[in-house]
Write a protein that binds this ligand. Structure first.
Ligand code: PLP
Length: 385
């Protein structure tokens, strides 16, 4: 196996076990964690420098947008083929609270929010906190085993009485699908026809992998962009979720007004802003090293599963570090993640957490070294024997 790029460190297990984040403290020390979406690589040096410099200065007060709008717009132009207006970038504490706030502002209590299961678990419960209800438009699986948006299912869901918003995950977690421009136009047509607001979670966009063409929703030519809000962040791409900073952009002056009205009560973490500025401006070499490693890992996982768990079905993701594994033919009783944990001492995310469409599946986090990925698969295989 190739050595991890020096920019990413070594992913030494004894060092990782000193971390105190959710990934490393949820389970006992004999469990290899491969569940929550944190990566194992060292942080990008510009991010470390930005945060340590701030701490040395006592610069730990309230968040201030600073140049975040400009550097994100520069990143978007350079990497995403999109030229947003820097003045229209708003910072938020994180993507999920931003989504919840905007959905609450756009819809009345009791409104339906359409999602595409299997999908990121907080999509299922977060909007219930403000009395909204979930309406399902499940993804379909194509003949190549890749999850796709199902326009008929989406049409039916959007037509249900009281539906007020559609939450599109783009790229999609956990399936790793990247939606085409045509698919985004279909989504936009359907939302327009059903008069439903659109919120798009683009948090995994910086981690689109070679071979896939990601299209930011607000970059398409469609009148629905005026009713859309796009959310993104450096938190997944640069592994800084704990620093608390997300970004939201709207496609209209009315949307900007809605966001501006909430700004003062809805501040991002100051260190998160500083780290995000460093990431979007000076963290690109590091990001490319991560993307190269994830590209290698997604194919390595296919080989390892074929060798050690041939009953498992897996389509390498087009983006990010999450592998969605169909374990239904492994002959396990109940939740496969529970078997992997109890008998193999490796923690994956239970597929059922992503909706009943995920029963019999498990999600594996590949944001690590090839060695630890191989160790995760070795433990999964041992659990099935
Ligand atoms: C699709 C998606 N949205 C949102 C989040 C959470 O983002 P944040 O920590 O900014 O709320 C995640 C985290 O993994 C995610 O995968």
């Amino acid at each position: 196996m190739r050595r991890v790029d020096p920019l990413l460190g070594t992913c030494a297990l004894d060092t990782l076990r000193q971390r105190r984040s959710m990934k490393w403290r949820t389970y006992p020390a004999d469990v290899l964690p491969a569940f929550v979406a944190e990566m194992d690589f060292d942080l990008a040096q510009p991010v470390i420098d930005a945060v340590t410099r701030a701490l040395a200065l006592g610069d730990s007060g309230y968040g201030h947008l600073g140049v975040l709008g400009e550097v994100f717009a520069g990143f978007a132009a350079d990497r995403l083929g999109w030229a947003p207006d820097p003045a229209r970038v708003f910072a938020i504490p994180d993507v999920m609270s931003g989504l919840a706030e905007v959905v609450q502002a756009l819809t009345p209590p009791g409104a339906g929010v359409v999602i595409n299961p299997p999908v990121y678990p907080p999509f299922w419960f977060r909007f219930g906190f403000s009395g909204r209800r979930i309406v399902e438009a499940p993804l379909a699986v194509d003949s190549g085993g890749r999850y796709q948006l199902d326009p008929d299912a989406l049409d039916r869901a959007l037509a249900q009485p009281g539906v007020g918003a559609y939450l599109l995950c783009s790229p999609h977690n956990p399936t790793g699908s990247v939606w085409t421009r045509e698919q985004l136009h279909t989504v936009a047509d359907l939302c327009l026809r059903h008069d439903v607001a659109l919120v798009v979670d683009e948090i995994h966009a910086p981690l689109v992998l070679p071979g896939a063409q990601y299209v930011p929703f607000l970059s398409i030519e469609h009148e629905m962009t005026a009713r859309a809000f796009a959310f993104t962040s450096a938190s997944k791409g640069w592994n800084i979720a704990g620093l608390k900073c997300g970004l939201v952009l709207s496609g209209s002056a009315a949307g900007d007004k809605l966001l501006a009205g909430r700004w003062e009560a809805f501040l991002p973490g100051h260190l998160g802003v500083l780290a995000s500025v460093a990431a979007f401006s000076d963290g690109l070499a590091w990001l490319d090293a991560v993307r190269a490693q994830l590209d290698e890992n997604r194919w390595l996982l296919r080989r390892l599963l074929a060798e050690q768990l041939p009953g498992a079905r897996y389509q390498p993701p087009q983006a990010s570090f999450l592998a969605w594994i169909d374990c239904r033919e492994l002959g396990l009783d109940g939740d496969p993640a529970a078997t992997f944990l109890e008998r193999g001492r490796v923690a994956l995310s239970p597929g059922g957490d992503f909706g009943r469409q995920g029963d019999g599946y498990a999600r594996l986090n590949m944001g690590t070294s090839p060695e630890l990925l191989a160790e995760a698969v070795r433990r999964m295989a041992a659990a099935t024997r």
